[in-house]
Design a protein around this ligand. Structure first.
Ligand code: HEC
Ligand code: HEC
Length: 283
């Protein structure tokens, strides 16, 4: 499975577009233009979901949850504690998922380092593989299906019981804009490949140098998600105890981590709405 990341990444629509591969067009299966107003609140005609980022969907849920927390808790009225409980618990689960992937990367980087110190080549190779699987894990959970090579073409093939991951067919003709997060990802990918090459040659200092860079980023991200999760858990506990005091503080600490990460990695390309402040001005 350590090949999966290479498979996913090397042949990914994005990377492919960047490397300007000449793919066949999808013109015989153009996606239907989205309608301005959905026919209902559960749009049964939405067939464009394979082109939607699961990462953004995930973020939007965090935002909704955060604003629900403020709506339920702000002001002099008695907070709606069940609402606070449900929203904070959702944030905790989602932040926990993200934290787990980054922590997995940092932990395997550490074990990799230990294996190298022990001159344990098979052990080091195994840890490198596990590290890559943590990258893949998050990509499976957050990339758009199309980046994961599941486009309308693939879906048609699967419905006809054909095995198809038509990577050669699928090129993103309009690759997404460069955002700091994607730049980080591309450099981690380079570091990952360089570390693998160095490990094969048992060039320990070089492998270590590359892995430390990956691990540094993983620790930074893991810490941010841990802060989000810990404060969401504090909100859950306060809601359980039906205590109002402390809500504002936990919420503010939690959303500070959203903001910190956004200012470092979200970029100005598209508006990223930060959650409402607990007691923000309404004008
Ligand atoms: C917690 C989630 C998460 C983890 C962990 C993660 N990534 Fe990513 N990765 C993403 C997201 C989100 C994108 C952007 C996809 C998009 O733009 O929709 C991405 C994109 C990428 C891309 C494509 C960049 C491009 O050209 O657009 C590469 C390459 C990549 N990641 C490599 C890695 C490597 C290597 C690791 C592990 C060392 C890793 N990622 C760990 C979430 C993650
Ligand atoms: C460790 C990093 C990190 C943390 C923590 C984080 N985000 Fe994000 N968020 C991002 C990145 C990166 C993007 C930009 C994604 C893109 O453009 O592909 C983003 C985008 C968003 C967006 C815009 C989605 C859209 O519609 O395009 C919202 C809303 C959002 N985040 C909400 C939140 C909330 C609320 C929290 C905290 C509870 C949070 N995020 C915590 C990294 C993070």
């Amino acid at each position: 499975m350590s090949r999966l990341i290479c498979g996913l990444l090397l042949l990914s629509a994005v990377t492919c577009a960047v490397a300007s591969c000449t793919g066949h067009s999808e013109s015989n299966n153009e996606p239907v233009a989205p309608v301005a107003k959905p026919p209902s609140w559960d749009d049964q005609s939405d067939n464009l979901w394979p082109y939607r980022s699961q990462f953004k969907a995930h973020m939007r849920h965090l935002w909704l949850d955060a604003n629900r927390l403020v709506s339920a808790g702000r002001g002099d009225a008695r907070p709606t504690f069940n609402e606070i409980y449900a929203s904070a618990a959702d944030i905790s689960r989602r932040a926990g998922l993200m934290h787990g992937f980054w922590k997995g990367i940092a932990d395997h980087a550490q074990m990799l380092q230990m294996a190298m110190e022990d001159d344990d080549r098979p052990g080091a190779t195994e840890e490198m593989r596990e590290l890559g699987l943590s990258c893949d894990g998050c990509h499976m959970a957050t990339w758009s299906p199309a980046y994961l090579h599941v486009t309308l073409h693939t879906i048609d093939a699967w419905k006809a019981n054909q095995i198809k991951l038509g990577m050669e067919m699928e090129t993103d003709k309009e690759p997404p804009p460069e955002i700091p997060n994607r730049v980080v990802m591309q450099s981690m990918w380079k570091q990952f490949q360089a570390a693998e090459t160095a490990l094969k040659a048992w060039n320990k200092p070089e492998a270590l140098r590359q892995v430390e860079q990956i691990s540094g980023m993983a620790k930074t991200r893991a810490e941010l998600w841990r802060t989000v999760q810990q404060n969401a858990d504090a909100l859950v506990e306060l809601a359980r105890a039906e205590r109002k005091q402390g809500l504002s503080e936990a919420y503010t600490n939690m959303t500070a981590a959203c903001r910190t990460c956004h200012s470092a990695f979200a970029g100005p390309e598209r508006p990223v709405h930060n959650p409402m402040p607990w007691d923000g001005p309404t004008k």
